[in-house]
Design a protein around this ligand. Structure first.
Ligand SMILES: Nc1ncnc2c1ncn2[C@@H]1O[C@H](COP(=O)(O)OP(=O)(O)O)[C@@H](O)[C@H]1O
Ligand SMILES: [Mg+2]
Length: 351
């Protein structure tokens, strides 16, 4: 019998397709108008590539995750939903599609609503890392009113509590003084209408770790290193908004990734252990990408978990999960197929 696959996604329309020329364009202050609010939605090319990969495995029904997603899902009742939808509204937006699938008792790929909502709340995620002994840098959460004096870890990276895709993390998110932190916390409130996470800056090497599979069978793909020496001179050593969306363009790609990362076996094992620890601590399923950075002593710490990892299909475009998969000899279509397979297996469904 042919597998019927529902494909859930959010697509960037043409007018949203171009990233703004600066991360902090003058915009009326409201989270709806934040200059980078569509950054996390997928481009038509990505959606077409995932769809093509899924077609090799069964019949595919597109279920764009817009307001009528529940009705469309209920009418189609696919055997499984392949989910890459980033969601529409609010801090729990990534959890909505999986929650609706659960409501109709329809299997879906990837993490469940709890994990997706947790991962998008960087503070809750860090609290769980701490409780589970997954190393993560010190932090505090603050609004302009509650920012304490004299207790701020410095230097610090200041970011919105509920964003991803480097939204709200421009070059000047790296703050070296309390005054800079104070200014940035105020800006985050203005633009994103949310508290800020003020996190101790990790000055060491940065890696991102793609994980595929479940439980003890979760497999770590070759580690990707992010090389800050590829950034323009004077740029802060962070993989923030400018690096991700402005300086790295299809016509002039930034040579910022090395995969597999060149790592001593002992350090590689430590980075993998931190990434695996974070994956399991948040209860990730099927796949996720974990951002890890070394502290001043060379010890790995987890920055965040991405349970809906970016998957740009074009190898020229720098997308870490497909890059790590390629380094393991897994092509794009095979990667999508494997995510589907581990999900089917998890539900006890035939492939
Ligand atoms: N505590 C930190 N120390 C050092 N660099 C950081 C820290 N937090 C974030 N960064 C830098 O900013 C980038 C984006 O931060 P991250 O928390 O991963 O946000 P996003 O969800 O937008 O990817 C990271 O890849 C890293 O380069
Ligand atoms: Mg990140």
């Amino acid at each position: 019998m042919t597998l019927r696959i529902g494909f859930a996604y959010n697509e960037r329309s043409a007018e949203e397709a171009e990233p703004p020329s600066s991360a902090e364009e003058a915009e009326p202050p409201s989270s709806r108008a934040a200059p980078d609010r569509y950054a996390e939605w997928d481009e038509p090319a990505t959606i077409a590539a995932v769809e093509a990969a899924l077609r090799r495995r069964g019949d595919v029904v597109r279920l764009e995750a817009t307001a009528d997603f529940p009705q469309k899902l209920r009418e189609t009742r696919p055997d499984i939903v392949f989910n890459i939808a980033e969601g529409l509204h609010g801090p729990n937006r990534e959890a909505h599609v999986p929650a609706i699938c659960e409501f109709y008792d329809i299997p879906y790929t990837g993490s469940d609503p709890l994990t997706l909502a947790l991962a998008l709340d960087k503070r809750r995620a860090k609290e769980i890392f701490r409780a589970r002994d997954v190393p993560t840098p010190d932090w505090l959460v603050a609004t302009p009113e509650t920012l304490p004096r004299g207790e701020i870890p410095l230097p610090a990276v200041v970011k919105p509590l509920h964003e991803g895709s480097s939204m709200g993390i421009p070059d000047r998110a790296l703050c070296v003084s309390e005054a800079q932190v104070r200014r940035r916390v105020g800006e985050i409130r203005e633009l994103y209408r949310q508290p800020a996470l003020v996190e101790a800056f990790l000055p060491g090497r940065e890696f991102t770790v793609a994980i595929l599979g479940n439980d003890a069978a979760a497999r770590v793909l070759p580690i990707v290193e992010i090389r800050f020496d590829a950034l323009p001179p004077g740029a802060a050593p962070i993989y923030g908004y400018e690096a991700k969306w402005l300086w790295d363009r299809p016509d002039a790609p930034l040579e910022i990734f090395t995969c597999p990362a060149r790592l001593e076996p002992r350090l590689a094992r430590a980075v993998e252990a931190a990434a695996r620890g974070a994956f399991h601590a948040l209860g990730c399923r099927d796949w996720a990408r974990v951002d890890v950075r070394l502290d001043a002593h060379g010890a790995p710490h987890v920055i965040e978990v991405n349970p809906l990892p970016g998957i740009l299909p074009d190898p020229e475009q720098n997308s870490c999960f497909p890059k790590a998969a390629r380094a393991a000899g897994i092509g794009y279509d095979e990667l999508i197929g494997r995510v589907l397979d581990v999900a089917l297996e998890r539900y006890g469904l035939p492939r």
